[in-house]
Ligand binder design. Structure first.
Ligand code: ADP
Length: 751
């Protein structure tokens, strides 16, 4: 699903029909560790599939350092040494007089100018027995959290040391001046449930929060739901247009299917899925065929309504005929998916991983992964699905929002016990039992990059529609929540991508029967605040300005911090928890970006600004300009292809931005493009056929462009001088800028 509802307050939820609460709460959670069967087969699932050489340097998750090196990869160099001149900060949120316009009219009188104090946690509870596993690390984490709470300009010793090491370029201000720069302004008025974590992050960064919005533009707008929460025309916003639509269960399944058709081995981390109701006959037929071929195959399937979340409406079936066809499936389309029957268990319980991924930029593509995430546990010991246990949600579904209602749910102040833990604590456990966690990380990185590559084509179409070329528009970034299941053999499987992963840092606790209170959740705060804060550090607009103003500075590597003085308030913060994986590993994955290039062609022929669908004229122009029609494929056949495919896609009732527009959406265009490629380049693998057709189209379009330029010159129409030309935001370029020499590009059909 695309978005995550906030955890409901004390509401009774079952999610799966037929679940009886009497059946839960009986299974004792055994303290024993990881299931032995889970180990020893590590990595077998993806062997021979991963491109070699995805290093995991710098991304070993927190908590995997050898004993005694508990801070490696977490502390910025020099933390803990003396000195702090740079950090005599102004109080958070105060701007110099000239920077502060008249008090924002939107703010009601008496509203707090400064964000409220961070919620204070009580003294740490004595570590429960399980926590003694990593005592050094735990202490260090607590110190780190404490530093974070004090804020970047706290009176600690670290800032001074960092400043002492600062390398200054001529003309650039010193660290002290730098620390007095007016903070980055952030509009948090639409932050919704991420507000608490955002406030803590902003306080740590000493940036200025506008909790009620601002008349003047802010540098950053933090939205809780979507790009459209606010009308914004400049600055940065933490949502991409169209992301929610792109990661809905059905759209994600379609995008993954396209990639699985092109690259079946590379995309085998996504379970086989069918879309209901339209693919019900196909689903029934394929399952019957597979059972005929392998009579011992006893599959289970999971049915998930499109647009659902928190396990809502999900149920398991053993037989395709058990799909509930009563009204709802027609009105509420769903995805039916192969159920992963042999997940990795910890303490006999099924769990999944919520990993945070920052999509920092779409063009060029920039992806970061958080070093730590959350593991959400079921609350009833796992058994492989049988007709008897199929409906036991606390055994099969890992959703926090469901399991919180189980009598077995364990709230823990420790990050490595209870029903919600850090992912790093699981990795520590795996590592101590000899599992190859580096290989696991490498597989996870690969899964994340490939999934984003599958999503970017659709996102680019939405982007050009909401922020058309030539408009100033805001710049987007987004934190995504990847839900991943580990199989027994440690192979990661993608369950879904959340456009709005919950950033709540508190949970509900029943103080006495029927009396609930929100209490801070240490595990959530530890992971989520770091993700938000470090996302802000990575997109910091002032850091970018500083980078361009002071070119003499030693530039940091991607994802690394600026040197001391430039870092200013950053100096006392821990090193970034987000590590860049793309373009870092771009070389190994670029060959997968074929649909991106198809989308570039699609966008080129969209014509009308603000649309996401291609009309018949645009499609004809595409065919003509790319010289795809010939005596075997007339323009009449082109029209029939357009009408056939477009009509089918529009009848599917997909929740699309322009569902009333009868044109061709990107995924329909991709289908048409694949058809053309198969027709033209017969008897080759699909990805080769598609790559050849893309190449041909790009060559022909470049040639056309070249001809136009030549005609323009011949007619004496010299291009206007650069300064006179209107400044346009670049349209997403074709991935392979074809040169004029490509006029003689290869065309294996000779057409
Ligand atoms: P929702 O958005 O409603 O949470 P998910 O796709 O995340 O829907 O599924 C809910 C839960 O069901 C997951 O957290 C996971 O525990 C379980 N689940 C989902 N898909 C599968 C699958 N293919 N195999 C095994 N378990 C699954």
């Amino acid at each position: 699903m695309g978005t995550e509802k906030t955890e409901p307050a004390g509401t009774e939820r079952t999610g799966t029909q037929g679940t009886e609460s009497a059946e839960v709460g009986t299974g004792a959670v055994e303290p024993a560790g990881l299931e032995p069967a889970a180990l020893g087969t590590a990595g077998t699932g993806t062997e021979g599939i991963e491109p070699a050489g995805i290093g995991t340097e710098g991304i070993e998750p927190a908590g995997l350092e050898p004993a005694g090196l508990g801070t490696a990869g977490i502390e910025p160099a020099g933390m803990g040494t003396a000195g702090i001149e740079a950090a005599e900060p102004e109080p958070a949120g105060l701007e110099p007089a000239e920077m502060e316009p008249a008090r924002e009219a939107e703010e009601p009188p008496g509203s707090p100018a400064l964000p409220a104090e961070a919620p204070q946690h009580g003294p740490l509870a004595a570590a429960p027995p399980g926590e003694a596993v990593l005592p050094g690390r735990e202490q260090e984490r607590e110190r780190e959290r404490e530093r974070g709470r004090r804020g970047a300009g706290g009176q600690g010793s670290t800032g001074r040391a960092a400043r002492g090491r600062a390398r200054r370029a001529p003309g650039c201000r010193s660290g002290g001046e730098n620390s007095r720069r007016p903070g980055v302004t952030v509009d948090s008025s639409k932050a919704k449930t991420s507000l608490e974590a955002l406030k803590i992050s902003l306080r740590q960064l000493r940036w200025k929060e506008f909790p009620f919005g601002r008349r003047l533009p802010c540098d950053i707008y933090w939205h809780g739901v979507s790009f459209h929460d606010n009308n914004i025309f400049s600055g940065l916003v933490n949502k991409f247009p169209g992301m929610m639509e792109t990661v809905r269960k059905i759209t994600l399944s379609r995008a993954m299917r396209i990639m699985q058709d092109l690259f079946p081995l590379e995309y085998n981390f996504y379970p086989r899925s069918w879309i209901l109701p339209e693919e019900l006959p196909l689903f029934v037929a394929e399952v019957r065929m597979m059972k005929d071929n392998n009579p011992s195959w006893k599959p289970t399937f999971i049915v998930k309504p499109d647009g659902g979340c928190q396990g809502d409406g999900i149920y398991l079936i053993k037989d395709p005929n058990d799909i509930r066809l009563t009204g709802s499936i027609q009105s509420r389309p769903a995805v039916v998916q192969e159920y992963i029957c042999k997940p990795l268990l910890v303490d006999k319980l099924k769990f999944d991983i919520r990993l945070y991924v920052l999509l920092k930029s779409l063009e060029p593509l920039e992806i970061y992964i958080a070093k730590d995430g959350l593991s959400r546990f079921c609350t009833e010991p796992y058994q492989e699905p049988t007709l008897k246990n199929l409906h036991q949600v606390f055994m099969h579904l890992t959703n926090y929002s469901l399991n919180i209602h189980s009598g077995n749910f364990i709230h823990s102040d420790s990050v490595n016990t209870g029903s919600k833990r850090t992912f790093s604590s699981i990795l520590c456990r795996l590592s101590s039992r000899g599992a190859d966690v580096k290989k696991l990380w490498s597989d996870i990185i690969s899964l994340v990059i490939k999934t984003i590559i599958a999503l970017t084509p659709e996102l680019k179409v939405y982007y050009q529609s909401d922020i058309p070329a030539g408009k100033p528009g805001p710049t987007c970034f987004q934190i995504l929540g990847f839900d991943i299941l580990l199989m027994k053999n440690l192979k990661p499987v993608l369950l879904e991508v959340n456009a709005n992963p919950s950033m709540r840092i508190e949970h509900e606790q029943e103080l006495s029967p029927g009396v609930f209170e929100n209490v801070p959740s240490r595990v959530d705060e530890e992971v989520k605040v770091a993700v938000i804060r470090d996302t802000l550090r990575l997109v910091d607009p002032q850091k970018k300005k500083k980078d361009t103003q002071c070119p003499g500075w030693e530039r940091p590597g991607p994802g690394e911090e600026l040197p001391g003085a430039a870092a200013g308030a950053e100096a006392a913060l821990p090193s970034l928890c987000l590590k860049q994986v793309f373009p870092k590993y771009a070389k190994q994955f670029s060959y997968l970006r074929l649909v991106d290039r198809v989308a570039a062609l699609f966008i080129r022929f969209l014509g009308v600004k603000g649309t996401t669908k291609l009309g018949p004229t645009g499609f004809r122009t595409f065919i003509r300009n790319c010289k795809l029609s010939n005596s075997n494929f007339s323009m009449a056949a082109v029209d029939i292809l357009y009408i056939d495919i477009t009509r089918r896609w529009n009848s599917m009732g997909i929740d699309h931005k322009e569902s009333g527009n009868p044109g061709m959406c990107l995924q329909a265009f991709v289908e048409a493009f694949f058809c053309l490629a198969q027709k033209k380049y017969k008897s080759r693998p699909l990805h080769e056929q598609v790559a050849l057709l893309i190449e041909q189209c790009e060559c022909r379009l470049a040639a056309l462009q070249g001809q136009r330029l030549l005609w323009g010159c011949a007619l004496g129409e010299r291009p206007a001088p650069a300064a006179a030309r209107p400044r346009r935001r670049p349209v997403f370029p074709l991935q392979k800028p074809a040169r004029l020499s490509a006029l003689v590009c290869r065309d294996t059909t000779g057409s």
